[in-house]
Write a protein that binds this ligand. Structure first.
Ligand SMILES: Cc1ncc(COP(=O)(O)O)c(C=O)c1O
Length: 461
């Protein structure tokens, strides 16, 4: 392995103006190649992929078995439209995924990404309600903050004002309840009591909206981009299911980020007994080798919809043979390499190292997460979780300082409803070794030290 050459973002060689545009004007180095947990740019500089891209590359970069499986599929057929042909990789992947789903969620609908999976879940739920004589039900309650995607339907259930505000006149407003950020609460209740209190907010919202109008509740079992690996108290899950059952409301688990082994179980929800009606997946199931997403739904929902004439929904690339061949090989590699158990073991190590760092850098607070989805807040006061002043731009500075030291850190700022603040996630590929966790921790420690110096934050020596 070549030694890491530091990136100097301020000193990037000039490049011609680009015709491409994404979220910001920020330019980044050109990627050249990738292997395992590392990426190299065209100047040969190495970077640790500390967030698996956007929590995507679960089996690591450059996996030969996945690449070979894709090559074999490309030699056979790369596209056949699902209304003209069925294909073996899609059939087989659906069978294998159904085995991994909880309860009777053995009906699989493939898409190309997470937003499409969430759209599909909302539309299947709605169509099920219509064909079973419950056409009044249309509201999908979600949590604030949360992230469920960038398309209009998934944005309607996303709790992040920075992303939704501009589009609000075009989106049908959906009700929200607070995300169970019990770790921040300063009251006399136990964590378990807080879990019940947060879950009961769902019941209060259902009653306020009118139970007959509520279709579904969507949640990330373990938080992603919006809450940086938020883990609810154990008591939250059974209570949520109980409330959904009481009012005939469907429970959708958005496992786009937490699925495919990321949290040390195949699904994030597998840490609890939660029985969702629909699960959405993407990111790790294609592991960055091909755009792939899926919705797994209970037979109980799918059968009446198909009996009534069919699911009025679909995408051109749904069930694409190349994407599904990649997905199958990713699943094989996930099992062969023991990725799920490794995520649990390496996640414990990374989390305990981050807890140690938070003692030295007390502006890192609320270390949380499961498996290799570990998060923390960047705060002004670790006791009250008071956010850092916005002007300090802590989230972007942490990204840049780590980047300059050769590691990608995923960091966000959440705003709105008085729960503002910076956070970050560590989520390397699930094949990471203990030595590589050490490498990550040392770059992070160095970056946090630089952040403290630059923003005048406290350090315990
Ligand atoms: C929980 C969750 N749902 C949905 C999405 C949207 O996925 P995509 O960006 O693939 O459309 C994301 C993406 O980060 C996510 O984390």
């Amino acid at each position: 392995m070549t030694a890491a050459t530091p990136f100097a973002l301020s000193n990037e060689p000039p490049r011609p103006a680009s015709h491409l545009f994404y979220m910001t004007r920020l330019r980044r180095p050109l990627v050249d190649r990738a292997e395992g947990i590392y990426l190299w740019d065209t100047q040969g500089r190495r970077m640790i992929d500390g967030s698996s891209g956007a929590m995507v590359v679960n089996v690591g970069h450059g996996n030969r078995a996945v690449i070979e499986a894709m090559k074999r599929q490309m030699e056979r057929v790369t596209f056949a439209y699902r209304l003209h042909f069925e294909n073996e990789p899609a059939e087989e992947l659906a069978r294998r995924m159904a085995e991994k789903m909880p309860g009777d969620l053995d009906r699989i609908f493939f898409v190309s990404g997470g937003s499409e999976a969430v759209e599909s879940a909302i539309k299947l739920a709605r169509q099920w309600a219509v064909v079973t004589g419950q056409a009044n039900r249309w509201k999908v309650i979600s949590r604030f903050p949360s992230y469920h995607g960038g398309t209009m339907g998934s944005l309607a259930v996303t709790g992040d004002l920075a992303l939704t505000e501009t589009f609000s006149p075009q989106i049908r407003d959906m009700p929200t309840i607070p995300a169970p950020r019990a770790y921040r609460d300063r009251d006399n209740f136990s964590m378990e009591e807080r879990g019940i209190r947060y879950a009961d907010m769902l019941e209060e919202k259902i009653l306020a909206e009118g139970p007959e109008s509520v279709l579904a509740f969507i949640m990330e079992p373990i938080g992603g981009a919006a809450t940086a690996a938020l883990v609810p108290p154990d008591s939250y899950f059974p209570r949520i299911r109980e409330i959904c059952d009481r009012y005939g409301i469907l429970l959708i688990h958005d496992e786009v980020m937490t699925g495919a082994g990321r949290t040390g179980r195949y699904l994030g929800g597998d840490h609890w007994d939660c029985r969702p009606d629909i699960v959405t997946l993407s990111k790790g199931i294609g592991s960055g080798y091909a755009p792939l997403g899926a919705m797994a739904a209970s037979r109980r929902l799918v059968k009446p919809v198909l009996d009534a004439g069919g699911f009025q929904h679909g995408y051109t690339y749904a069930g694409n043979p190349l994407s599904c061949a990649a997905g199958l090989a990713v699943l094989d590699e996930t099992e062969r390499l023991g990725c799920v158990d490794n995520a649990a073991a390496m996640g414990d190590l990374l989390k305990s190292e981050l807890e140690q760092l938070s003692k030295r850098y007390p502006f890192v607070a609320g270390v949380r997460g499961k498996g290799l989805l570990i998060g923390a807040d960047l705060v002004a006061d670790p006791d009250t979780f008071a956010p850092l002043p916005k002007a300090k731009n802590a989230n972007q500075r942490l990204i840049d300082l780590a980047y300059e030291r050769g590691m990608i850190v995923y960091s966000r700022r959440i705003r709105g409803d008085g729960i503002e603040g910076d956070n970050f996630i560590l989520a390397p590929p699930l094949i990471i070794t203990a030595a590589q966790v050490g490498e990550m921790v040392s770059i992070l420690a160095d970056s946090l030290g630089a952040l403290a110096a630059e923003l005048d934050l406290p350090v315990n020596r």
